[in-house]
Design a protein around this ligand. Sequence first.
Ligand code: ATR
Length: 528
Amino acid sequence: MGKICLCLTAKTIKQNLEILNKYRKFTDLAELRVDCLDPDERLHIRRFPELAGLPVILTIRRDIDGGYFTGGEGARVKLLANGLAYANADSRFNFAYVDIEDDFEVPSLEEAARTFGTRIIRSYHNLDGVINDIPAKMKAMSRAGDEIIKLAFSVKSTTDVLRVFKASKALKGQDKIMICMGHYGIYSRILAEKFGSFLTYSSALSEDETPGASGQMDVRELAELYRFRKITKQTKVYGIAGYPLKASISPWFFNTVFNLQNTDAVYVPFPVNSIADFFELAKELDVQGISITVPYKEAVIPYLAKSSSVVQSIGACNTLLRNGSEWLGDNTDYTGFSASLLKFLDRKNLRFKKITIIGAGGVARSVAAVIHQYGGKALILNRTVHKARNIASLYNFRWGGLDSHGIQSMSKYCDIIIQTSSVGMEGYEEVDPQPNPSHMDAGSHLDPLELYTFSGKEKVMDLVYTPAETPFLKRAAAAGCKTINGYDMVIRQACLQYAIYMGAEVPHQHLSRIKTMGANAWNKIRSG
Ligand code: ATR
């Protein structure tokens, strides 16, 4: 079973001990990042293992390896020697591990470490990306004794993560730590056990300390939500694939249910930039079920061996179930959305209702199909007009752009307004590469309908749920409109996914607990 290592990156020994004490129950070992300490504090590291009371890694990370140590190598050797000096016969008073880079050549120091039972972590960091021949590098790094090999790469794609995974799998019987730094590698940190890693590094992110490296997860999140210490080779893996995936509530939902049910399963975020490589990785990791989100709901369809009638008629898929070596596709947005909308409106159908749909992506396809099914008429407005037309033409709806002309057409379609685009979603601004139309000002990346003035009579639904109230929804509510965000819908569709993955419903008592926790529950857990 993997271990959780808490990276201590505070400026003083005292602060580090305070953080360690606060998160001790989530921590198996700590890494003292001497490079983050104030220079005066660095002189007092020798007693740290004794004060910490658990195994500690001594690390002085150079700036070229992503750390903060900018002094010369001589000064670093001196500090390392200071940390390893006066070794105590009781090994609990010594550093349990010392991190020494692959190009570090000071035999006397290594000798001292070995003599007193301090295990060497032989590390190699590459901040530029993944090297070509990882297995050869690993072989070259293997030395005598019981050293642990650590390779840390900044990963920039799904392909990079796949390469690291395959290399790790090839080198069996060697204690190693394989790290995919950066957002694309986030699940490799949760699934360290599957990646063959001896430990995973984490940070106390809620303490406002610098994370030890890019992509490190919060120690509490890792231990409590993902139940990292219970993940074994047998644990079933599920997850959500998309990008940017910073605002998805699904990992919280599924892991909370797994936890309440005591199911040996974990659900992880898979930030993805290549669907083809992701399917290969999913096979390698033996992933059982995958939720699909922005922007891949349409792109996954060619990879399905079978798809439900809803997927076939709508042309969007948000649920994949593994069946041997094949994937079966379903769509739970459709039912989740229709149930949520009808409850919000307190109606059984949409007859005589004129509705505007904002956006023409994967989820808009489900929304349009539901409106058609329940007898409503719609106008679809989208930044990319031909996508609005494509969907509208399936149901004889109207379409337009998010410009003044499109907004004018809304006067006849304003009983209900449904916002399906990613605009306003947390983390979204960082990723959308497309410029907005020239009429939109600088703030429009948060409100797709800013040219529209609400009368107060519209019923408004924004399918975004993080933040709980987007600028668009806030404006509608301020004008007197009845509003709802996408939380109810996302929980409904997630329950349907759970039933597909697990072959059973989410137990009622768990569901009511989850519902009352609300859309911001996860953020609350995070901030402690
Ligand atoms: P989903 O599966 O949630 O529907 P998607 O298929 O990626 O996600 O669709 C995202 C939607 O948000 C699209 O309608 C997209 O418009 P484009 O088709 O023009 O890309 C819309 N969207 C994203 N960013 C936008 C922005 N800045 N302004 C207006 N619409 C935007």
